[in-house]
Design a protein around this ligand. Structure first.
Ligand code: SF4
Length: 693
């Protein structure tokens, strides 16, 4: 009912990387409901999170005042009730809290590290990396891309010269074949999934590859439920068939790639018969998929964290890139590579340089010319030419005594890191921890200073979705109490660190970003205010942006993409007599990451109020546990008790465990072993013992 609100404001959904455009309907200073509007990625559609998951912003747990740890607080640990924290913290003024935050970091150089956030805007991400680099002279700054698509980005930069998608997911409407591998879009990118289902309904061949069954199976032409961790064997067998049967596109390979002969020779050793024993997919199915993909006029490949979160995550992505290159499926309508990005702004935060090896636009910190281009704009001296530490390395460095002070903005490593007790111990060990967030998260339990920030609906700023679409977020309501916009907090902190910043708005920050970010050419703040969205690259001030890139070569030497052969590498730990099953973790539709927002969203919490795990019904029968009963899961890292669900989609030797629930935190169990290139942990595979409680 249009009379049911006082005002409406257009913004962007704060959850997944699809980046649905929304209209926030406001009454009496509060968001009352949300509608989808006609953005390029959603065309009015929303999923349950976007439509019903907004009221966390008005939850009574919201931080409304800066907090400082009391002198007589109990020892740091997981002991703070977000609704009743007075024994641990005391309220402070902004002046006092910002001074305390800065005093604990000032002059400490390499002892300081920062975790920024893919939940913040591009401008906030840019300022965050600048604080660490300009303020402390090094690159120990990272964010949650390290835990989601770092391996995909490593492979993309290595082989096609750019970490972003080569085509928007909406291009599937021009494809006749699509692979979705290691992704469950119905749960994790639900609006994108509607396009995939429409594609299949109009006759497109949808090849789904996932060790766990999923809803897209019903729409698939081929469903490959391969053994967990066996991606490379399966993909190499498919590519072997393409080579063996001469189905590759020699003209494309000659024109646009390098290292083909090495790839071709390498693939000779991966026959479907041999690889079938590893991946569990019949040789004929592997051949049929190869023929279907290679025979497509236009084909796309989509992937998610089932591909990236392995110690061989970079190799998995190398295979997908090679498959697209050998069949010439890049740079045309309906063709391309698309890692489905997780967080609403993980693409933008990465583009903005919130990573330890790259400045904005993936410009290497090791390049003297690049660094001086930034210091010229920043008006300050040089910073280190060494790559900084990643998320997991920073916490190891805390244990080693090398990092003593941290600034964490909108990130929750006390829930999201693998082997999370190790992460919690590290946070407790810090001399000084500043946490900037909207709730007293699990990580804020360990803070010395807590800075109350703004939710998405309370601030201005741009965010960039999985499609490379830079979109404008606008404030609809005011932050509660004394909470402030994140960019303002960062600027005030930087002033106290002596950095002399004088930005007056996010628009000022965006203007500075453009000085060293070619990706933002032709994209201005004013343009985004008028048009809501521009896709990068944009070729002129009126070009809405290019949905497909690399039609005429790649941003690498000689314009050529590269084949990088991949070998089969087993997961870091194998099931054995003591830990006989396989644990895999992920998200579920109703909850977002560590649950800090969606478990405070009334509709979503009512739909999924309880920590749960899913097993095959035959496995539950063997364990003597009914659905709804309790299970104890134990790995080499720890133990949790969690409610069991029956799910035929889960293989009999697997357990699927969502990671949103603090009372049964999945990451107590997960393996911290990392991919050597992307440094991403193996969240998708751990050996586990499952017992009835
Ligand atoms: Fe939000 Fe993603 Fe759902 Fe769209 S698909 S409404 S961006 S959570």
């Amino acid at each position: 009912d249009s009379k049911d609100f006082d005002s409406e404001v257009e913004s962007i959904c704060p959850f997944c990387g699809v980046g649905c455009q929304i209209s926030l309907k406001v009454k009496d200073g509060k968001v009352k409901y949300v509608d989808g509007i006609n953005g390029p990625a959603n065309e009015g559609r929303l999923c349950v999170k976007g439509r019903f998951g907004f009221d966390y912003i008005h939850h009574d747990h919201r931080l409304t005042k800066p907090l400082i740890r009391r002198n007589d607080a109990p020892a740091k640990g997981m002991n703070v009730d977000p609704g009743n924290w007075q024994d641990v913290f005391r309220e402070a003024t902004w002046e006092e809290a910002l001074d305390a935050a800065a005093d604990g970091m000032k002059g400490r150089g390499r002892e300081v590290a920062g975790f920024g956030s893919a939940k913040c805007t591009n401008e906030e991400a840019y300022l965050f990396q600048k604080i660490i680099r300009q303020g402390f002279g090094h690159n120990n700054v990272d964010h949650c891309t390290r835990l989601c698509h770092a391996s995909s980005v490593a492979a993309l930069i290595e082989n096609v010269g750019s970490g972003a998608v080569t085509a928007t997911f909406n291009e599937i409407e021009n494809a006749d074949v699509a692979i979705v591998i290691g992704a469950n879009p119905t749960e994790n990118h639900p609006v994108a999934a509607t396009y995939f289902k429409q594609f299949a309904k109009r006759g497109g061949k949808l090849i789904v590859m996932d060790p766990r069954g999923q809803a897209l199976k019903r729409y698939s032409s081929h469903m490959l439920q391969f053994r967990p961790g066996a991606d490379v064997s399966m993909l190499n067998a498919i590519m072997h068939t393409i080579v063996e049967e001469g189905l590759y596109d020699q003209q494309y390979i000659d024109a646009y790639t390098e290292n083909w002969e090495a790839e071709k020779a390498h693939l000779a050793g991966f026959s479907p018969e041999k690889m079938s024993e590893i991946c569990g997919i019949a040789p004929e199915m592997l051949r049929d998929v190869a023929r279907t993909f290679a025979g497509a006029k236009s084909a796309m490949i989509f992937w998610g964290m089932g591909v990236s979160q392995h110690i061989h995550g970079t190799d998995n992505s190398r295979c997908l890139i090679s498959l697209a290159l050998m069949t010439g499926q890049v740079g045309r309508p309906g063709a391309g590579l698309h890692p489905l990005r997780g967080q609403n702004n993980v693409q933008g935060a990465s583009d903005a340089g919130l990573v330890p090896m790259f400045l904005p636009d993936y410009q290497s910190v090791m390049d003297d010319g690049v660094r001086s281009a930034f210091t010229d704009v920043w008006g300050s001296g040089d910073f280190s030419n060494e790559k900084g530490l990643t998320v997991t390395e920073i916490l190891d460095a805390v244990h080693a005594g090398d990092i003593k002070s941290m600034y964490i903005l909108g990130e929750n490593p006390a829930m999201s890191d693998p082997d999370v007790e190790h992460a919690r111990d590290a946070l407790a060990k810090l001399d000084h921890l500043v946490v900037q967030d909207i709730f007293l998260t699990e990580t804020a339990n360990f803070a010395d200073v807590v800075l109350p920030a703004s939710a998405f609906a309370e601030k201005s700023g741009t965010v960039t979705n999985t499609n490379r679409q830079v979109q404008m977020g606008r404030p609809a309501v005011s932050p509660p109490g004394d909470a402030k916009e994140d960019w303002w907090i960062e600027v005030e902190l930087a002033k106290r660190l002596g950095l002399g910043w004088d930005y007056e708005s996010p628009a000022d920050v965006f203007a500075e970003m453009k000085l060293n970010m070619g990706s933002l050419n032709n994209i201005t703040w004013d343009r985004l205010m008028g048009e809501n969205v521009v896709t990068y690259p944009s070729l002129s001030p009126t070009d809405p942006g290019q949905s497909i890139v690399f039609g005429d070569g790649f941003p690498r030497a000689d314009g050529r993409a590269k084949f990088t052969p991949a070998n089969v590498i087993a997961p870091d730990e194998s099931p054995d007599a003591e830990y006989p099953m396989i644990l895999t973790t992920g998200r579920q539709l109703e909850h977002w990451h560590t649950g800090s927002m969606t478990r405070r969203a009334s509709v979503l919490d009512a739909m999924e109020p309880e920590a749960n795990c899913s097993l095959h019904p035959s496995t539950l029968r063997k364990l003597g546990v009914e659905p709804g009963g309790m299970l104890r899961l134990t790995t080499r890292r720890g133990t949790i008790d969690v409610m069991a669900r029956s799910d035929r989609a889960v293989a009999p030797d697997m357990v699927f465990l969502p990671f949103a629930y603090v009372e049964a935190a999945a990451n107590i169990l997960t393996n911290p072993a990392v991919d050597p290139f992307g440094k991403i942990p193996e969240f998708k595979f751990a050996a586990v013992r499952v017992e009835a409680v």
